[in-house]
Ligand binder design. Sequence first.
Ligand code: OXT
Ligand code: ADP
Ligand code: MG
Length: 583
Amino acid sequence: MSAIEQKSLSELESSNGQKAQALTDGFHLVIDALKLNGIDTIYGVPGIPITDLARLAQAEGMRFIGFRHEQSAGNAAAIAGYLTKKPGVCLTVSAPGFLNGLVALANATTNGFPMIQISGSSERHIIDLQQGDYEELDQMNAAKPYTKAAYRVNRPEDIGVGIARAIHAAVSGRPGGVYLDLTANVLGAALDADAGTNSLVRVVDPAPRQIPAPESIERALELLANAQRPLIILGKGAAYAQADADIRSFIETTGIPYLPMSMAKGLLPDNHPQCAAAARSFVLGQADVVMLIGARLNWLLGHGKPPQWSPNVRFVQVDISPTEIDSNRPIAAPVVADIGSAMSAFLAALKPGQIKVQAAWTKAIADRKQHNIERMAASLDANPNPMNYSSALRAIRDTLARNKGVYVVNEGANTLDFARNIIDMYEPRKRLDTGTWGVMGIGMGYAIGAAVTTGKPVVAIEGDSAFGFSGMEIETICRYSLPVVTIVFNNGGIYRGDDVNRGGGTDPSSMTFVKDSRYDKLIEAFGGTGHHVTDPQGLTKALTETLASGKPALINCVIDPTAGTESGHITNLNPHSGISEKK
Ligand code: OXT
Ligand code: ADP
Ligand code: MG
């Protein structure tokens, strides 16, 4: 009997006046526990043993967004968590479905996005003796290394506690991915309804404020006040914190120039006079005191070390995670706190005129910005045929400047690097991209998660390789009629479309795809609108129309196959094989 039928039967029995004990089961308890904690959406792929969980979620008024692959469902849940500060929930079947979702869960952990992957699993006693159950896998232990926490529920009366623990783990401190294993037995087990209700837990304050020590604030302000060339770096932790007004106020009150990391673009509008994004390597190399707000000194910041950085630079680091401090460079002034509390403490402690930024520093940055902006303008204004990245992105940039509330999802290599720099962001948390891992495959999942969570339009700017990782979710976008416009930058390959098979055989190069592919036809198969564009005018028209329609659309945007560079802007990380030189 299905879970839904089981509930109806117990209701029927009691309405007949028979002496039936009111029962519930694991399926209902999971839904009840999620709803009790304000979680109203599940992203997933149904199947044994969670088929009825998905049905029941809908029956009980939750939203279930069904995907074509668990990785995209997980990515949607993760980005929903990032945007809302509530854990996004992804539901997967056992073993392969679980593993498909695990990539997204690990990515959520790496990026600090709160997410819970709930997976059904096979019979414990068979798994533990490795007797070959249907989709047998020791899922909880497989998940552990890639998650912030992993739990298994072995009794239906523990479901409430399991979900409460998962919520606390996902959103407290540095957020991350949590795995919750629900065995088929637990899901199907019956329980007295009252006992079930009493076992549920409504979590209280799962992400408590972490107030900074006053002396840490004073120490940081003193360091900044004595700086000759101070700089603030805003990371996606700052964006996640949703302390937008205080961050802006601190930056504007002190006058310190700031550099946004990719997903922190828009926290202050990119055209803000203090924004130093257009003088990136200059400010990193010259700054003598750098205040990191929700940004790690990882590979994306050259680990804070020379040659990108001055050897003598000193750091203030505002981060919720105490173990992040000194991870790459010594931190002179750590402020361990949540960014909301830290920024209001900074504003309260800041004395008028305490921090003065020297005009020479501001002027030097402005000069470098001007130089880079002019350099970029030259490539933006060129009108090559076929289009290159710059000319296509100029059309998108100008169209999005007229549509400022739009979410921008972005992945690829050249498609990512050019778009990050060319597309200005004007609002916080509107740019969603490959993040800390530089992972391909987030595109459609993030687009769906953003559209479902906010109801706002999304433009996904996708390399043709990147798109392929989650492209089938175009059907999901059409099925739920989401306002997502996907623009595929079609240069016919990974990085470039002109690579050749060095062996000279008939197989194509390892780096290229079918020439002149028509990705726009894909979406037409599912009732969406396809456009094929070859020039900026066509792209502007197609994007303007599709955004206005609010309907699913895909624009196949033809890009010169020779325009890209190997690995985009991170060619330095790609050990050169010297293959073209070897004979
Ligand atoms: O500093 P200077 O003075 O030089 O100036 C800088 C800025 O100040 C300036 N700038 C501006 N000037 C004027 N105006 C404005 N507005 C402006 N803004 C900035 O511009 C310069 C350069 O700025 P930038 O880029 O910020 O600076 P820099 O030094 O490059 O920054 C360093 C980084 C590291 C911070 C930055 O480059 C960055 O964030 N990079 C992220 C890179 C990344 O994550 N890439 C994705 C991974 S690549 C590779 O791994 C790929 N794979 C393998 C694979 C992956 N990833 N995942 C999985 C699951 N499987 C496989 C694959 C398969 S990419 C890929 C597919 C690629 O093919 P596609 O078809 O999808 O894409 P195409 O390449 O388009 O074909
Ligand atoms: P980016 O890639 O943008 O540089 P990272 O993901 O590397 O950003 O760093 C984000 C940092 O922000 C992490 O070290 C994380 O601990 C921190 N963080 C996340 N949320 C908060 C918060 N609410 N308060 C303080 N720090 C936070
Ligand atoms: Mg490409």
